[in-house]
Design a protein around this ligand. Sequence first.
Ligand SMILES: [Zn+2]
Ligand SMILES: [Zn+2]
Length: 455
Amino acid sequence: MNVDVTQIQPYPNDELWSPERFSLPPRSCLHHLEPIGIGTSMVESLSSYVTRLAHSHGVFAGILLEKKLKPLINKRYGVATLNKIAHYSKALNGMGIMAEDLVRGLSILTSRQDLSLLTLLHWSNLFPTRQLLRSSRAWCPLCYSEQFQNNKICYEPLLWSLKIVQVCPKHHIFLVSSCPDCGQKNLPLTGRSQPGCCSKCGAWLGNYDEIHRISHPSYLSDLEWELWKGINVGNLLQKSSSRLSFPKQEAIAEALNICVSHFSQGNIALWARQLQVPRNTLWLWCKGKNLPTLQALLKICYCLRISVWDFVHHNLDLSNSTFVPPKLDLKVRSPSQQVNKSSLEMSLKLLLKENREPPMSMEEVARQLGYDRRTIFRHCPELCRLVSAKYIKYQKRTHIQKLDDCCAEVRQAVFDLHTQGKYPSEAKVAQLISRPSFFRYKRVRKALQEARQSL
Ligand SMILES: [Zn+2]
Ligand SMILES: [Zn+2]
């Protein structure tokens, strides 16, 4: 029997069958990579997002911008020409045209509509750009170390890019701005930037060195004030990345006028003296002709014990608030401890002779001896350096051992995959080793290359 196949209707009664074509949602050109920490104080910075996006495609940030952004942002000195603008790359996380261009280009390429939340574009009404962003990277080694140990994605929060933030609000340590290995500073975004690694020598930046904390130039400044700044700026970032609208520019002048009325019965000169700012400066702020910098605003809010967010929203309960002049409060120091220097020296020398594994960090030593770390360092700086050096040497030794073990695992994985007839790609090898994140180290990647060549 001859059957005309064109007349056959497949499953004519099946409701799922539809002769119409399914419409696929549009595909993005680059990975639809999700930013980290949106809606929190630790929201990711746009420069960090660029490096992660580049890494997810297996290229460096410079290549990604050159190949993909350049056709979209056709400017001679735009984000696509990273080698030319690296020294100004702090602006990529800011509130100007460079940040706008990068957000626009990346939104087209990734189909993400939330990338402006990784910049300060939402703050543009409220704060002047002066003194706002750091020209070089700063980081909290303990945050990096925590991300690494918890197998979380390594990234840089936007908080670290703000110049005013000196202390990590989570770990209460000063941010570090020079690589512990090569001692060089890093620009915010360069062609070969990688989160967690030095862009000059590639070293891991999550190693915490106790001596950096004690010898930090700002170590003796008021930690309470530094922490307050970090927490408040984090709070502003949390609000702006939660898409909460920021008030208009006039809000700051209005709030300042409320304070002038309350604390000095409308006398600007009097409150300027209390604030320790020039009278004309405060007058220009109150009239809305100039905007105070974020630093100045934080100082005022700290004196009032009010968060910046509440200040700009006029949630000012001044009836119970007392104005604490900045210098009086910021110079407060904890009472000095009585120290028996010779017994302290003896204890430190004994600790240095001990062969305990792992050796103690200066923080543990201070805790055990019952002194403040600053006090110990002030009295016995050389012995403190030796204790720290011993601790760092141990950390480096164990790190090298871990790298050796990882390289051996890589070689074994390459051999196993090859004998199974599979190509030993980085992704496949990563699935077989215990520390896949170690592919961030040149040595491990080199071991992979050599193992492949030896096949
Ligand atoms: Zn931290
Ligand atoms: Zn370095």
